[in-house]
Design a protein around this ligand. Structure first.
Ligand SMILES: Cc1cc2nc3c(=O)[nH]c(=O)nc-3n(C[C@H](O)[C@H](O)[C@H](O)COP(=O)(O)OP(=O)(O)OC[C@H]3O[C@@H](n4cnc5c(N)ncnc54)[C@H](O)[C@@H]3O)c2cc1C
Length: 759
């Protein structure tokens, strides 16, 4: 078979190796437009799963790549003055040139023809198979974008891809607060001498901080200063062409067309965006960040205070100061090394055994000859008689106390959390793996933080696809809803219709309530309602504010698709709700501004929701977004974003319950102008959450549906009557658990009022 591969990146080269190994009679040519050995950026990181896969397919490549990588087994997060270290996050880093060199050598040794400085712009004639492995901007794919069904979404946050001479001994996340918003960086070692460091923040923060100039010498001063403690004073550096970048999410409907196939980034991108950092949390295990005397470079920029003094010339041994006993790299020139803390060499040693690790070595006294990997013992795998302690341990699942509820009634708690290695990449598209599981033998209901009871039990058997009831049961028949009066509500509605209807408002409130439930309950209920497809959207990204995760689900039938966003306790986001000083983020399509916290929360699930809708909306189904509380803000924002950025995907309606103010007047107007008549916002009279964050920075979209203190639903409410009505139950602290402000916010009160209105 004659195979022509456009692109000599990791994907093209590895495919060539595998095809050649499979059948040496294949005639394979890889065309790479750049000279041999060129690449971009700094390092690349990967986790245990990759070497295992490489090993299974070509052990020689696996050995070479793993041998050339540095490894770590911890993750560390720095927030303000706190740092928390998480053991067991084993990972690898490698300079981007190394795998390319190794794959090139391997392919050449196997007999693959490699043509450098050879650009392919048209599929070559005479090839049996044409492989487009030419990256995210693939020319071959772009020529047939319609056949492949290509979609590209550009991430909102700009980032700059930098390097540093600081060699991180763990995967490091750092968050710094500036007057213009949060800025974050992550870094990992990718060689004996340097690390990758990606700095990212919201667009307006990026602009206001002047990070666009970061590739110019002086522009790096700010990130260096903000992350000086994490970098131990080491400088950052940029490579030519770095500049302001944004991640792209690329998907294709299909990966093949005729004799052309897409591979690697040409087919789909994957990013290290949603790796969940382990934030220090109140009550969590915090360790004060050690503050070693940093070895700073001299201040080249008079406007920024840094430690004065000449920058020490580069240590010939690249030693880092004050390393833990036994874990130090040895310095062959200690007597002349200008760096404070440089450890002297043991006689005769030319290279320490810790070559592949930056962690302190717990078995230093019994150090092995050069090249051994004995020094990552602090992950718990070390000990006399064991093999190299830094080798990964087996995957384990252990039962731990349930963290889902403050008062889990199961004793001993039968909920379990999955532990062991967690996925390091969560692709934008598709489903993240189940993060939390309830053991099938969980005893009895657990009290949830949001006040509802949650019934746990064996996952119900899958229902047959043929059953599509159009009527849904009354509220009282759902075991997980508490406190709702038991009454038969014979409600059904045409799923294909659009426009306002009370039945739909009630049913979507049920769907919003369901978002608080477990996956199994959602799936069971969706099946009862006649939706045969269910997708769960979860993010493991924890933004630098008190929100654990953002969750939503999408259900689809032949006629209707509903995405419901989960809310959270208002007390958990009280600071966001009461603070109007954090700079908002630009709104969808450049319209107005959005509350920073809501925008971040949506950002973490929106690509998955978007992808799911494009996948499931195959038959012109109606699409609705719904949510309660924070979930309402996310539903509204998702609706606005889809309408303003992807009008062809726009939803047919957005129904929210107890939604906080989410955006500024400009966005509210832009949304209302085109979407008016499809957005409905239900507010219970004294509910505190819709009254926050404060005006005038934030405002509401129109189309209020008001529930008065008697539980009656009004399609409009004159200002004066609303004020009188509200005064009935306000207390001093609207967030106090027993106050009207919070009581009126509960979802079951919305359900009760809507149910009453249906009578
Ligand atoms: C900032 C950043 C950080 C990342 N970090 C990680 C990470 O830590 N871990 C990880 O696994 N992934 C990471 N990635 C993703 C990773 O870089 C890509 O998934 C990977 O490089 C894709 O390999 P590829 O071979 O498909 O494409 P590329 O690496 O893009 O290679 C495509 C090749 O095709 C060549 N080419 C293009 N057009 C033509 C043409 N017409 N004719 C001939 N040749 C052509 C290009 O010169 C290039 O060499 C990161 C990406 C970015 C942007």
């Amino acid at each position: 078979m004659k195979v022509v591969c456009a692109g000599g990146g990791p994907a093209g080269l590895y495919l060539a190796i595998l095809l050649e190994r499979q059948n040496p009679s294949h005639d394979i040519t890889v065309h790479e437009r750049n000279p041999e050995g060129s690449t971009y950026g700094w390092g690349v990181t990967y986790w245990r799963g990759l070497p295992d896969k490489l090993q299974a397919h070509d052990p020689a490549t696996a050995r070479a790549i793993e041998g050339a990588s540095v490894r770590w087994s911890d993750g560390i997060a720095h927030v303000r003055d706190l740092a928390t270290r998480h053991h067991g996050d084993e990972g690898f880093g490698i300079d981007r040139h190394r795998p390319l060199d190794l794959l090139t050598d391997r392919a050449r040794a196997l007999g693959v023809r490699l043509e450098f400085e050879s650009e392919i712009t048209e599929p070559p004639a005479g090839a049996d198979l044409v492989v487009a492995a030419d990256g995210v901007h693939s020319t071959l794919r772009t020529r047939h974008a319609e056949s492949f069904g290509t979609r590209i979404t550009t991430g909102r946050n700009p980032y700059i891809w930098l390097g540093t001479t600081k060699v991180f001994d763990a995967f490091a996340f750092a968050f710094a607060e500036t007057e213009h918003g949060w800025i974050r960086a992550y870094g990992y070692g990718c060689g004996d001498e340097h690390s990758t460091c990606v700095v990212e923040c919201a667009p307006q923060t990026f602009t206001w901080l002047g990070l666009g100039r970061a590739t110019e010498g002086h522009g790096l001063a700010l990130p260096e200063k903000l992350f000086a403690d994490v970098l131990d004073g080491h400088p950052l550096s940029a490579r030519p062409g770095a500049g302001r970048l944004t991640f792209r999410t690329l998907t294709n409907r299909t990966w093949h067309h005729g004799n052309r196939v897409l591979l690697g980034d040409a087919a789909h991108t994957t990013h290290l965006l949603h790796r969940r950092p382990h934030h220090p949390r109140p009550g969590g295990r915090h360790v004060p960040r050690p503050r070693p005397a940093p070895a700073r470079r001299p201040d080249r920029r008079p406007d920024l205070p840094t430690n004065a003094g000449p920058r020490p010339s580069r240590c010939p041994c690249r030693a880092r100061p004050a390393a833990a006993p036994g874990g130090t790299r040895t310095c062959p020139a200690a007597s002349t090394c200008p760096r404070t803390g440089c450890s002297p060499c043991p006689a005769g040693a030319t290279r320490p055994c810790c070559r592949t690790s930056r962690r302190s070595c717990t078995t230093a006294s019994t150090r092995q000859p050069a090249g051994c990997r004995c020094c990552t013992g602090s992950s718990g795998g070390s000990g006399p008689g064991r093999r190299a302690p830094c080798m990964p341990g087996p995957r384990r699942t252990v039962a731990r106390p349930c963290r889902q509820t403050p008062a889990c009634p199961a004793t001993p708690c039968t909920h379990s959390r999955r532990t062991g290695p967690r996925p390091k990449y969560i692709q934008y598209e598709g489903q993240g793996p189940a993060r939390r599981e309830h053991a099938p033998d969980a005893a009895g209901p657990a009290l949830r933080a949001d006040g509802w009871s949650l019934t746990t039990g064996p996952r119900p058997p899958a229902r047959s696809r043929g059953c599509r009831p159009t009527r849904f049961p009354p509220v009282s028949s759902a075991p997980h809803t508490r406190g709702v009066p038991s009454m038969a509500v014979p409600v059904s509605f045409d799923q294909t219709s659009t426009g306002y209807s009370l039945q739909r408002a009630y049913w979507l409130a049920r769907a919003a309530d369901l978002a608080y439930k477990d996956r199994a309950v959602i799936e069971d209920q969706a099946a009862q309602w006649g939706f045969d497809q269910v997708r769960h959207h979860e993010t493991r990204f924890t933004p630098p504010f008190p929100l654990q995760d953002t969750q939503a689900y999408t259900v689809a039938s032949e006629r209707m698709i509903v995405t419901a966003f989960r809310g959270t306790e208002p007390t958990r986001i009280k600071d966001w709700l009461t603070d109007a000083t954090t700079p908002p983020r630009p709104g969808p399509g450049g319209n107005g501004y959005v509350h920073h916290g809501f925008a971040e929360a949506l950002e973490s699930v929106y690509p998955a929701v978007h992808h799911t809708l494009t996948e499931l909306r195959t038959d012109g189904q109606t699409v609705y977004f719904t949510g309660h509380s924070l979930g309402g803000a996310l539903a509204m924002l998702a609706g606005a974003r889809m309408y303003l950025e992807d009008p062809h995907l726009a939803a047919d309606g957005v129904y929210t319950y107890g939604q906080p103010r989410t955006c500024d007047r400009l966005l509210a107007e832009a949304f209302h102008k085109g979407f008016g008549g499809r957005m409905y916002r239900f507010v219970n009279n004294n509910d505190i959450v819709p009254q926050l964050p404060p005006e005038p920075v934030f405002t509401h979209v129109r189309a209020l549906r008001y529930i008065d203190s008697h539980g009656r639903l009004h399609e409009s409410m004159p200002m004066l009557s609303a004020l009188t009505d509200r005064a009935a139950g306000l207390t001093a602290d609207a967030f106090a658990p027993a106050s009207d402000g919070i009581r009126d916010h509960f979802m079951h009160n919305y359900l009760t009022a809507l149910e009453k209105s249906l009578d």
